[in-house]
Design a protein around this ligand. Structure first.
Ligand code: ADE
Ligand code: ZN
Length: 347
């Protein structure tokens, strides 16, 4: 694979934790830990359906994407004020810094909040303040990607975009998330076309639970630059060839896939297959507070379960920087730090 493949396996856990990396698929509302949900509920006088943290955690037994989303949207109901959005994102960014995440692109779901009467400016200003603070105090680079909820109408997405435009300089792109099955990418053709005209970067969840056709249409109709998840691409060899040839990154989320029953266990995850096919796969946490681990835990458990070595770790971390929407100069600087870390572990 590359010059790092023979770094001894016993050094892998330390290497995976220490290596510089980027996270490109994290829903910031999915980083809301049960303790913070209860603290914010108390602060804001919001009544929750669960009596305490333990009871809430006990409900985190999901059978599919929808069973998770129902609880995830309920958890987000405690977010009302600018400080709530700041505090949630700040907690994630502190954790990211501890895990040697140098750059992160955070998804947020404004419709989850505007539907409850929270102004979109409150959401975006709170998140933006946390990302600016992360750059200044933690040295972590962080950008925001506004996601449209695909279970809602395209009209709702267009209205959300209009509401967000006064804050255009605060987010770098748009994505598409929530219930995948029955809500194909082409439902959002017009709003993505408008975002493209506005110069926004484009991504979409596709091929998590939905079929390969959704990945084709995310590429051909929405014209996205990255596919979130995309693990079902392997069902269509022509699609795998297209993704490899055009170097379309996939933001894969191994622990999420197991928690939402996309794969029965990590030993059956197809990350190794995706890399062997030459795809630009990356590792991400998706909704770390709900799925049993942040980014390093995703790397550690996946490498423990699959026949992956330090050579694969290098490729995954490098892919994470290359697939990001950062500048060429930032990417080069981060990859130089990645190389230094791997050289240190080789000697
Ligand atoms: N929203 C938060 N996590 C998600 C996921 N894994 N798939 C779709 N929508 C989401
Ligand atoms: Zn996701």
């Amino acid at each position: 694979m590359n010059r790092y493949a023979d770094i001894p396996r016993e050094r892998l856990p330390a290497l995976l934790a220490a290596m510089p990396k980027a996270e490109l698929h994290i829903h910031i509302e999915g980083s809301l830990e049960p303790q913070l949900i209860f603290a914010l509920a108390a602060r804001n006088g919001v009544k929750l359906a669960y009596p305490n943290v333990e009871a809430l955690r006990a409900a985190y037994a999901f059978t599919d994407l929808q069973s998770f989303l129902d609880i995830y949207y309920a958890g987000a109901s405690v977010l009302l004020l600018e400080d709530d959005f700041h505090d949630m994102a700040w907690a994630y960014l502190v954790r990211a810094a501890e895990e040697n995440v140098l750059h992160t692109e955070l998804f947020f779901d404004p419709q989850t909040h505007t539907a409850r009467g929270v102004d979109i400016g409150v959401v975006i200003r709170g998140l933006k303040r946390a990302t600016e603070r992360a750059r200044a105090e933690l040295g972590v680079s962080a950008a925001l990607i506004l996601c449209f909820l695909r279970h809602l109408s395209e009209e709702d997405a267009l209205q959300t975009l209009e509401q967000a435009l006064p804050y255009r300089e605060h987010f770098i792109g748009v994505g598409l998330d929530s219930s995948e099955r029955g809500h194909p990418p082409e439902k959002f053709a017009r709003v993505f076309a408008r975002c493209r005209e506005l110069g926004l970067r484009l991504v979409a969840h596709a091929g998590e639970e939905g079929p390969p056709e959704y990945i084709w249409n995310a590429l051909d109709v929405l014209k996205v630059e990255r596919i979130d998840h995309g693990v079902r691409c392997v069902e269509d060899p022509a699609l795998v060839r297209r993704l490899a040839e055009q170097r379309v990154p996939l933001t894969v989320c191994p622990l999420s896939n197991v928690k939402l029953c996309v794969f029965a266990d990590l030993g059956r995850h197809n990350l190794g297959e995706l890399l062997a096919a030459g795809l630009v796969a990356t590792v991400n946490s998706d909704d770390p507070a709900y799925f049993g681990g942040y980014l390093n835990q995703n790397y550690l458990e996946t490498f423990a379960a699959l026949p992956l070595d330090a050579g694969h770790a290098y490729v995954l971390a490098r892919n994470s920087f290359e697939a990001s929407f950062a500048s060429a100069a930032d990417k080069a600087g981060w990859i130089a730090r990645l190389d230094e870390t791997f050289e240190r572990f080789r000697s």
